[in-house]
Design a protein around this ligand. Structure first.
Ligand code: FAD
Length: 217
């Protein structure tokens, strides 16, 4: 595990949706990573992992952060002053693309889209992207995915009717009803219950596929 401690300055904070922010942090010169990896932000009392959403060649590091109600760390990040410094370690994790002859299917819920945004920004193309959210407002990086993906499917699980060209239901329902039978490389990122449900479905309907996972909580 990479335990070197880096320091980065908060350069910018923008809102991607009502409950999601993107932070840009200055990039230490020696810091390198592969798309799909994450950093671990440290403070005196706690540490939290966040996936990088930028491409490895970009000048700043970018994080996409869901503002968890009463969340200790995400609340601090929302309020941190521009110019303040963060310490972090990394890169961490093995959730990186493993090219093969099989089609890649990326499945995300919420901010689980983050590592896939980094892969798309690094030039990955032609994948299928299923993004599960409650309402269309949560469709992070949709323009990027529309451009980079061979097929981009917004799966809207909430009560509002999905707009045209969106799927009404969870990512699992889309996979059951619409994803052609076949052998795939699945990359799953987000909540543990989604990852669990999708793995069951893959075992049943897409045997011999490979599955790579990154669980946020
Ligand atoms: C490998 C990995 C990668 C991650 N990458 C990202 C990322 O790119 N973006 C991102 O936003 N988060 C990511 N996370 C989650 C992140 O590390 C924190 O857990 C999250 O920001 C909540 O921290 P907190 O201190 O604000 O909340 P806490 O004070 O730890 O938790 C408060 C309450 O919120 C619940 N909770 C915790 N996390 C979430 C969540 N994500 N959504 C809803 N409820 C939650 C907890 O169960 C608890 O009840 C990642 C986690 C892991 C393990």
């Amino acid at each position: 595990m990479n335990q070197q401690i880096y320091s980065g300055k908060l350069l910018q904070r923008s809102h991607l949706s009502a409950d999601t922010i993107e932070l840009a942090i200055s990039r230490p010169r020696q810091f390198t990573f592969q798309p799909g990896q994450r950093i671990r932000l440290l403070d005196r009392f706690q540490e939290r992992d966040y996936s990088l959403v930028n491409a490895p060649a970009d000048r700043s590091l970018r994080l996409c952060i869901r503002l968890v109600p009463k969340g200790r760390f995400s609340t601090k990040l929302r309020a941190a002053a521009i110019g303040s410094c963060f310490e972090f370690t990394g890169p961490h994790g093995h959730f990186v693309l493993r090219p093969s002859g099989r089609p890649a299917v990326f499945v995300a819920t919420g901010t689980g889209a983050a590592p896939f945004a980094s892969m798309a920004r690094a030039g990955e193309r032609g994948f299928t992207m299923l993004h599960g959210v409650r309402s269309a407002e949560g469709l992070l990086y949709s323009d990027l995915f529309r451009t980079a993906a061979g097929a981009y499917v917004a799966c809207i699980s909430g009560k509002t009717s999905p707009a045209a060209r969106m799927f009404g239901g969870r990512v699992t329902a889309y996979m059951e009803q619409k994803l052609a039978p076949g052998v795939y490389d699945f990359y799953l990122c987000g909540r543990s219950d989604m990852v669990r449900d999708v793995i069951w479905l893959i075992d049943e309907r897409f045997p011999n596929s490979r599955v790579y996972t990154e669980i946020f909580f």
